[in-house]
Design a protein around this ligand. Sequence first.
Ligand code: NAD
Ligand code: TDX
Length: 331
Amino acid sequence: MGYNVLITGGAGFIGSNFARMLVGESDIEHIKILDKLTYAGSLDNLENILDNPKIEFIRGDIADPDDAGRAMQNIDWVINFAAESHVDRSLTDASQFIRTNIEGVRNLLEIARDTKPKKFLQISTDEVYGPVLSGATDETARLKPSSPYSASKAAADMLCNAYLVSFGVPVIIARSANNYGAYQYPEKLIPRFVALAMQNKELPLYGDGRYVRDWLFVEDNCRALLLLLRKGEIGEIYNIGASELHENIEVAKILLDILEKPQKLLTNVEDRLGHDRRYCVDWSEIEKLGWKPKAHFHEQFEKTILWYRDRIEWWNHKTKEAENFYCKPSA
Ligand code: NAD
Ligand code: TDX
C-alpha cells in the first residue's frame, strides 16, 4: 500500500510542478488536488497529468469546512500550497490573503485534528523573516514580515506551531526562497518580464532594481518538499534556498540577452511599498537530510525563459489579466 496525498493549491505554480513530480513516485498511490482555481490557478498547469489514474482533482476552498473536510478523508500526507501569493496584490487589498492564508490554514489544521494525517507540510516562505541585509537567516530567526502577504504567511506558521503543541497535529514548515520555472503566473517578475519583452514593451524594475532574491529552481524545491514528507522531523522548520543571489536588474539583463531584446527596454519605476531589499536563508538543516539544489542557475534560467517565450500565445490571456491588475490606479 502506498501513500495517499492531498495537495492543496495544486493547480498553481509550485503545486502543479509538485504534482507532476509526485505522479512518477512508485510509493504514491493516490493524489488528491484541492484547488479553488482563483485567477492564479488553472487546469492548464496540470496538462499531461490530469488524466493520470493516480490523480483526482477537486475544485474547492481550503477555508470551506465541507470542501476541505471531504478532501482530507483518508490522507497520509497533506501538503498545503494553497495561498494568495502575490505581494503586490496584498498591498492593494489584503482581505483575501487573510481569508485564505490564515483562515484557510486554521480550517485545514482543525480538520487534521480529526482526520489525523501522518504529516502536514505547510508551505511558507523566506519572506516571513523580512529583509536580510547581510548574511543568512536560519530557522530560529525572529519573524518580521513587511507586507500583508508575508504577515499572513507568518501568522499561518504561528497557527501551525499552536496546533502542533496544543493538539499534536504533525506539522512541518518549509520556508522556500523565490522559485523560478515553468507554469508561474505572469504577474511575477520572470514570466511577466518575458511576456513584456516579447511584446517589445518596457520592463518595469521597481526602485533602483538592486533588490536581491535567492533564485531556486522549482524542481529542486519540489524534491526538497518531498524529502520533508519522507524524512522531515515533525515540529521542525526547514529553510529551502539555492544560494543563487542575484539583483533584479541582473536577472532582467540576462533575460533580455536570452530573448535577444535590447537592454533599453529596462525602465526604473516607482518602488513597491515596503520592498524587502534582500532575502537569504541558511538551508543547512535540510542539507543535513541529504538535499542540495541540482540546477545550474544559468542553464535552468535560460530553459525557463525559452519555455515562456515559446508559449506566449498560450499564456496570453493570463498575461492580459496580470497587466490589467498592474494598470489599475491603486495597483
Ligand atoms: P500560485 O499563486 O501560483 O498558486 C496558488 C494556488 O492556490 C492557485 O492554484 C490557487 O487557485 C490556489 N488557491 C488560492 N486560494 C485558494 C483557496 N482558498 N482554496 C484552495 N485553493 C486556493 O502560488 P505559488 O507561487 O505556486 O506558491 C505556492 C505556495 O508557495 C504559496 O503558499 C506561497 O506562499 C509559497 N511560496 C511561493 C514561492 C514562489 O517563489 N512562488 C516562494 C516561497 C513560498
Ligand atoms: O514587475 C516587477 N518588477 C520588479 O522589479 C515585479 C513583478 C517584481 N519586481 C521585483 C520585486 C522583487 O524584488 O522583482 C522581485 C521579485 O518579485 P516577485 O516576482 O513579485 O516575487 P517576490 O515579491 O520576491 O515574492 C515571491 O517569492 C516569495 C513570491 O511571489 C512569493 O509568493 C514568495 O513567498
